[in-house]
Design a binder for this molecule. Structure first.
Ligand code: GDP
Ligand code: K
Ligand code: MG
Length: 272
């Protein structure tokens, strides 16, 4: 039997380690990522020893500003894992989904463990999970790693996703002028990158991510064309390409949050 690997990814303090511990129990291996002093932990699923969970460093984004971000994204690009399990802090949805929509671009089957649901309930908030699932186009499992709630469903969904892998139903899209620029970049790099990762690389090139740009070893001519596409878009938006993407991502996330978050204002009104 071939052992399958699941990458556990999320913001710092979203509950990755708690989830990892609940899923793997004592079956853990601790080491370091090559070249850096960032701890590397992996473990076998208690319920199914053919599935290995790899805990990745906590990150807010997949740029290249910290060793943690580079470790996480290099790992996800390495094809070592067959499934991406994104742990989301449901009580901090906006910030966490900002990472989620970036992770969707790695071209890997992906699911969300919507953690801290006990906190959401305690705060008197309501979250429409069906709408969130629909808006993300990903399987979403509601859970609490601390209270060990939703774990059986989490394991069941992991096994199901590994036996019938499915890429995200769709990828986030942005302002049509950004989309036009990305489409042009995709056209220039489509021979160099697997189809399911074209959008990821196009966005990284658009953001002028030096590390990933170097990795692609593009011709001088192509690099010049891409530079021109970026400059034109920056003129249109009167902003840097990186800031354009950040803004577009936040707008996209805010729409999802507005769709699925029901604040319990009636309850507060009753108190006064
Ligand atoms: P990591 O940084 O993503 O590995 O997060 P940790 O697993 O270390 O969790 C961060 C903090 O949140 C710890 O104090 C955990 O006990 C707590 N925590 C994790 N999951 C939950 C949860 O579902 N509900 C609550 N209330 N707290 C949680
Ligand atoms: K922590
Ligand atoms: Mg941790």
């Amino acid at each position: 039997m071939i052992r399958q690997q699941v990458a556990l990814v999320g913001n710092p303090n979203s509950g990755k380690t708690s989830t990892f511990n609940v899923l793997t129990g004592a079956n853990q291996t601790v080491g370091n990522w090559p070249g850096v002093t960032v701890e590397r932990k992996s473990g076998l699923l208690k319920k199914n020893k053919n599935i290995c969970i790899q805990d990745l460093p906590g990150i807010y984004s997949v740029s290249s500003y910290s060793p943690e971000e580079v470790i996480a994204r290099e790992y996800l690009l390495s094809d070592e894992s067959q499934l991406l399990l994104n742990i989301v802090d449901a009580s901090n949805l906006e910030r966490n989904l900002y990472l989620t929509i970036q992770l969707m671009e790695f071209g890997l089957p992906m699911m969300v463990g919507l953690n801290m649901m006990d906190v959401v309930k305690k705060n008197g908030h309501k979250l429409n999970i069906e709408k969130l699932t629909y808006a993300l186009g990903l399987p979403v499992v509601s859970m609490s790693a601390l209270k060990k709630q939703g774990i059986a469903e989490l394991v069941g969904t992991i096994e199901q996703q590994l036996s019938q892998p499915e890429l995200p139903a769709f990828l986030p899209t942005y302002d049509k002028r950004v989309e036009a620029a990305l489409a042009e970049i995709i056209d220039l790099i489509k021979e160099k990158v697997p189809a399911e990762r074209l959008r990821f690389y196009a966005i990284k090139l658009f953001e002028r991510d030096q590390q990933l740009t170097d990795q692609l070893q593009l011709s001088k001519h192509t690099l010049n064309e891409i530079a021109e596409i970026i400059q034109i878009t920056e003129k249109i938006f009167d902003d840097s390409s990186e800031a354009i993407i950040i803004n577009e991502r936040y707008e996209y996330v805010m729409k999802i949050v507005a769709l699925c978050m029901v604040k319990n204002t009636n309850f507060e009104m009753n108190l006064s």
